[in-house]
Design a protein around this ligand. Structure first.
Ligand SMILES: Nc1nc2c(ncn2[C@@H]2O[C@H](COP(=O)(O)O[C@H]3[C@@H](O)[C@H](n4cnc5c(=O)[nH]c(N)nc54)O[C@@H]3COP(=O)(O)O)[C@@H](O)[C@H]2O)c(=O)[nH]1
Length: 577
């Protein structure tokens, strides 16, 4: 079918086209009370059928009148013959009898036609009823499709915009606080890519159900698309209550899901914007809640943040950084900072992690959280990663030349970089160029590196491991914590993510996870490192739990290469006061 102007042209079976006026359906949904979606429906077929049937009825409707007219003629003739001839006249009787017989036949034919006509009318009426029921069902289906998300059955962006906008304009008169929550699932892409879209879809449905179960009837929840959901909280006593609801939603959504016999976990990051404080119009509130959601992601994911006007300035900075980023690689504006890793037996410096920073000419030091994702999306991360390899090797060579006892330097490898065909050669050639043992370089990868493609990264890691480099699995516990990866990849070190370390002292889940990860790592013969150690309490807990090494602000923040020289010369660190 094609739409041409206001005419819908339907391709018929015979191959020629019949123009039929375009039908507009304006659908009203009683549940929400909103005048709904205007849709063009393909109503041509049933309507065309009805037109043809009506024409047929008109023609067949004339047929019963023919015998009736005949009958009238016979009666008239009969009457005139009786008037002019003596009725007993012998020759007139056969004529009249014939005419009577004709009359009887005509009557029978007429009654038959009348019956058929009645039957046709009844059928047409029944067809009409079935058709209007079908049309109503079609209208409802069109409305459902146009206004709801097919997967979760929640309202979609369009319906949410209608409902929330009308609610906000009413609320403007009532002066109640209305709060918009913008939710985005953490690491959903990882789940989708690794477990398949079917599992991803089932997870989204389950998240949609948890969301609605946790809200009041009066709240309006919708799925915007992908892993993004929005909620308008309509009956809050105070803005503080929004934080309680956000916390409740995080807890509800973070509970594990059992999907196709697999336990899956996800958490939402939530941004919050308050009406009228953060905006009067829905569009602005959505933008602000979205900006706050990104802030929640930056703050470590699985948490919520309220909108704050300074976020706008940060978004502007982000855009500006993106524009300058390509030039920055060419103009060598990046530097590496280093953070020591310390053994828990003797507090020896065992390694340095190289962390990239952008020395921006006007903005000063910009941290990788601001540009690594952008570099990854734009395909610039390979170029940037190769720069890190060369710079780390140059620095090792410089320290060695200065007579400093160098410990291995760990560099972070991004997923695209590890999949790049030239990756192994770049490392091998650079190490050969500087002529130091390959064991002075360590590679930190995350599970994300092997999700999309396993074999090529595995081979690259095997080759580099065979050269003597150690491989660390970073951010352990935040992805799948897959035992299969630990078994099939040449991993030497597990780095427990800092999100498990911050609450370790409370003897809750995090302490149990850390203890079992340490036991698991040791059973597999791996070195276990805890990241993000900031307090003495955490340090003591990790010592008792049997962790091998720690890294974190407690001992040293990442710092420029120059400040590592003293540390490397002494080789140990002391506990902080
Ligand atoms: N592909 C590449 N990724 C890189 C590179 N350099 C860094 N990164 C990744 O960027 C993320 C953020 O890094 P950064 O801002 O440098 O933060 C690191 C530390 O400063 C921080 N850290 C360390 N100790 C603490 C602590 O006690 N508390 C606290 N709040 N933060 C701490 O952790 C980051 C190091 O994390 P990790 O890499 O997981 O060991 C980060 O993901 C980097 O990996 C690069 O060259 N290439």
């Amino acid at each position: 079918m094609q739409h041409r102007g206001n005419t819908v042209v339907r391709y018929c079976g015979s191959g020629h086209c019949r123009p039929i006026p375009k039908i507009r359906l304006t659908v009203t949904q009683p549940r929400t009370g909103t005048s709904g979606q205007t849709q063009h429906a393909d109503a041509c077929a049933p309507l065309a059928g009805t037109v043809v049937r009506n024409a047929q009825l008109r023609w067949t409707g004339l047929l019963p009148w023919i015998p009736l007219v005949l009958m009238l003629l016979v009666v008239l003739m009969n009457m005139s013959s009786c008037a002019t001839l003596p009725c007993e006249d012998t020759w007139a009787s056969p004529v009249l009898n014939t005419l009577h017989a004709l009359l009887a036949i005509a009557l029978a034919f007429g009654i038959g036609q009348l019956k058929q006509m009645h039957q046709a009318a009844v059928t047409a009426l029944r067809d009409q009823t079935v058709h209007s029921r079908q049309l109503q069902a079609d209208k409802e289906a069109v409305y459902e499709l146009a206004s709801h998300d097919a997967l979760t059955k929640l309202p979609n962006r369009r319906l949410f915009t209608e409902l929330a906008s009308s609610h906000l304009s009413r609320a403007r008169r009532n002066h109640g606080p209305q709060v918009l929550l913008f939710l985005d699932l953490d690491r959903f892409k990882l789940i989708n890519d690794s477990l398949g879209h079917h599992i991803g879809d089932l997870l989204l449905q389950a998240v949609g159900s948890r969301l609605t179960e946790s809200l009041r009837e009066s709240d309006i929840a919708a799925r915007l698309g992908g892993d993004e959901f929005v909620v308008l909280l309509t009956e809050l006593d105070s803005i503080e209550d929004a934080a309680k609801v956000a916390r409740k939603l995080i807890d509800a959504i973070a509970r594990p899901y059992l999907i196709d016999n697999q336990e899956i976990e996800t958490r939402p990051s939530i941004g919050i914007a308050v009406h009228p404080r953060d905006g009067l119009q829905l569009e602005l509130l959505m933008q602000h809640a979205d900006a706050a959601m990104y802030e929640a992601k930056r703050a470590g994911r699985g948490c919520f943040r309220f909108y704050d006007p300074s976020l706008n300035a940060r978004s502007a900075l982000h855009l500006e950084l993106s524009a300058r980023f390509r030039r920055a690689i060419l103009s060598d504006e990046f530097v590496l900072h280093y953070q020591p890793r310390i053994s828990l037996s003797g507090y020896r410096v065992t390694s340095l992690e190289a962390l990239i920073r952008w020395q921006h000419p006007e903005r000063g030091l910009v941290f990788p959280g601001e540009f690594i994702d952008y570099a990854e999306q734009e395909g610039l991360v390979i170029e940037l990663g190769n720069w890190v390899v060369r710079e780390a090797c140059r620095q090792i060579a410089e320290w060695l030349a200065a007579g400093v006892e160098v410990v291995p330097v760990a560099i972070n490898i991004s997923p695209k970089q590890l999949r790049d065909q030239g990756f192994v050669d770049v490392i091998r050639e650079t190490v050969t160029h500087y002529g130091f043992p390959a064991s002075l370089l360590e590679l930190e990868i995350t599970e994300r590196c092997v999700v999309e493609d396993f074999e090529r990264p595995r081979q690259a890691l095997e080759t580099l491991s065979a050269l003597g480099m150690k491989i660390a699995l970073d951010d352990y516990g935040t992805g799948f914590s897959s035992l299969s990866y630990l078994k099939r990849l040449p991993i030497d070190i597990i780095k427990i993510d800092r999100s498990f370390i911050s609450d370790i002292r409370q003897q809750g889940n995090d302490a149990a996870i850390v203890a079992s990860t340490i036991a698991l790592g040791h059973n597999l013969g791996l070195t276990v490192i805890a990241e993000g150690v900031e307090t003495r309490e955490q340090l003591m807990h990790l010592r008792i739990a049997g962790c091998d090494e720690v890294q974190g602000y407690y001992f040293h923040k990442p710092a420029a290469a120059a400040s590592m020289v003293e540390l490397l010369r002494s080789g140990t660190m002391a506990e902080q006061a």
